[in-house]
Design a protein around this ligand. Structure first.
Ligand code: NAP
Ligand code: G3P
Length: 483
């Protein structure tokens, strides 16, 4: 069957409503599980990137004029189509980023829900009237009408671990706010993201409102983020790249969702079975390649032995294998990522941490690894492995736990496990993170909750309503009635 988005296994970019090849040698996208070629995506030249921006700029005004109910209907159609193609897209996603099939399907279905919710939420971004008479010296003859207007062209840059979901969570709010979008997907994940773009296109999005630009971030990233037609950048990815973007963009507004080192504090009165269950699923799902993964456990010495046993039992029950199998731990995104995780494991062993299980590797497949007695001189205490390795650090008291949690350069999320709601709240208040979960693992959802990181974990707030707000601004018209 003729497929306009690809020629053979060479995928094209959506620019101004057409699927176009690039003029440079395309980039190969390989399957992390076996190194086989999944397809190629264009490495766009600067001229081709310019064409995408010109298309986005030209289409934006008309899109902003389009009634919100019409924009919403197009998003609803996109959500419907995505749901319809969920199995097929999940299968590509699973191969492309080595995510187990159940999680891949859940990513696609969650994205359809996200788009649907955004299509509805966008209809409620009403403005307000502010009367002047509430300020001393003014009367009711003057008032301001405050509405929300789009920012213009939004550059959306998404990471490899959720190429469908974290592309859509930028595209959908941007569109509901009346912006046009340039999507730069991750290279590993680009094919899945192009399928997402195809769904929006098929749903009836006018030409130029959504454009995709592919190519390695290291080649085209700087050109994209400093492009004069960018009005807003929404970036999710590593702290290193996020900081690089922030240094370059001057006054272009930014939303950054970056790395994390989420801590789970387990207190003496916690339900240890529940805590162990949440910690293991939080730490090892998608092989730990989630910004919100539990990345260290801070356990009070008095319950540490019992907790370690319970966590160990669950880690040993995790299934490891290939993404098409029913497993939780799969090969990492590439060999470089696995080398990095191995470095952290080796450093912990060398410095005397107790290896409870794991430290087994086949190429980029790292078996679930658990350490006890990790101390603050070890890299594993501070660095984000983005892999299936969990350090347990023993603490003497809650103060020490809060201190270690807060000494991290990151500040995404944290968990507190305790039956005492008073201590939970008082600890939550003192943790320097965007979100604290009480008696649950760290995680982003539900997607209409605010989601943010502090310190090196990000800037600005995502979440459906918050993203629409971030991608629009207030416009004020002041009315002065006849005296
Ligand atoms: P990454 O290497 O920073 O890449 C993210 C995106 O940026 C990709 O599309 C990448 O393209 C692009 N990029 C690379 N260099 C660039 C440059 N100089 N300028 C502009 N864009 C550039 O991150 P990743 O490895 O995909 O994702 C893992 C990281 O993301 C982890 O640190 C994780 O914690 C973080 N993350 C955070 C959140 C959150 O919400 N806080 C969510 C998910 C992931 P290429 O793929 O072509 O290089
Ligand atoms: O790493 C992606 C981040 O947004 C986490 O999402 O749903 O896995 O907690 P989630």
């Amino acid at each position: 069957m003729f497929d306009p988005m690809k020629k053979g296994n060479a995928y094209c970019c959506l620019i101004n409503g057409h699927w176009q090849e690039g003029s440079l040698a395309p980039v190969e996208v390989t399957r992390p599980a076996d190194g086989g070629l999944l397809g190629t995506v264009p490495a766009l030249s600067h001229k081709e990137v310019d064409a995408a921006f010109r298309a986005a700029k030209a289409a934006q005004k008309q899109w902003a004029e389009t009634p919100i109910s019409v924009r919403s209907a197009i998003l609803h159609e996109a959500s419907f189509l995505l749901e319809e193609k969920a199995e097929a897209i999940a299968s590509i996603l699973s191969q492309e980023i080595s995510k187990d099939m159940a999680s891949s399907l859940s990513e696609v279905k969650r994205t359809a829900d996200f788009i649907r919710f955004t299509a509805d939420e966008g209809k409620h971004m009403e403005g307000e009237m502010v009367g002047a008479d509430s300020f001393p010296g003014f009367n009711k003859k003057r008032f301001s009408i405050v509405t929300r207007v789009p920012l213009g062209v939004v550059l959306a840059i998404s990471p490899f671990n959720y190429p469908v979901n974290l592309s859509a969570s930028k595209i959908a709010p941007a569109l509901m706010a009346g912006n046009s979008v340039i999507l730069k997907p991750p290279t590993s994940g680009a094919i899945s993201a192009l399928h997402l773009a195809a769904v929006f296109h098929e749903a009836g999005l006018p030409a130029g409102v959504l454009n995709t630009v592919t190519g390695r971030g290291s080649d085209i990233g700087d050109y994209l983020v400093t492009h004069p037609m960018v009005d807003f950048i929404s970036f999710t990815g590593s702290t290193a790249v996020g900081k690089r973007i922030a240094r370059q963009v001057g006054m272009v507004p930014l939303l950054l969702e970056l790395g994390g080192k989420d801590a789970a504090l387990v207190l003496e009165d916690a339900d240890l079975d529940d805590a162990a269950k949440d910690i293991v699923s939080g730490a090892y799902s998608y092989s730990g390649q989630r910004c919100t993964a539990v990345k260290r456990v801070l356990a009070l010495e008095s319950i540490a032995d019992a907790l370690v046993e319970k966590i160990k039992e669950r880690v040993l029950a995790l299934k490891t294998g290939m993404p098409h199998e029913k497993v939780q731990v799969t090969p990492l995104i590439n060999d470089k990522a696995a080398d990095y995780v191995q470095e952290l494991i080796d450093d912990a062993i060398e410095k005397g941490a107790t290896l409870i299980c794991g430290n087994k590797r086949e190429k980029n497949l790292i078996y679930p690894t658990l350490f006890d007695n990790v101390t603050t001189d070890m890299r594993l205490a501070w660095e984000e492995p983005f892999g299936p390795v969990l350090p347990i650090m023993r603490i003497q008291d809650v103060e020490e736990g809060i201190d270690i949690a807060n000494r991290s350069e990151y500040g995404l999320q944290a968990s507190v496990f305790t039956k005492n709601i008073d201590s939970a709240f008082s600890i939550a208040e003192r943790l320097e993170v965007g979100t604290v979960h009480i008696n649950n693992k760290t995680e982003r959802g539900p997607d209409h909750f605010p989601f943010l990181g502090v310190k090196s974990s990000g800037m600005g707030t995502q979440g459906i309503r918050y993203s629409i707000e971030a991608m629009s601004r207030r416009k004020v018209v002041v009315v002065n009635l006849e005296p």
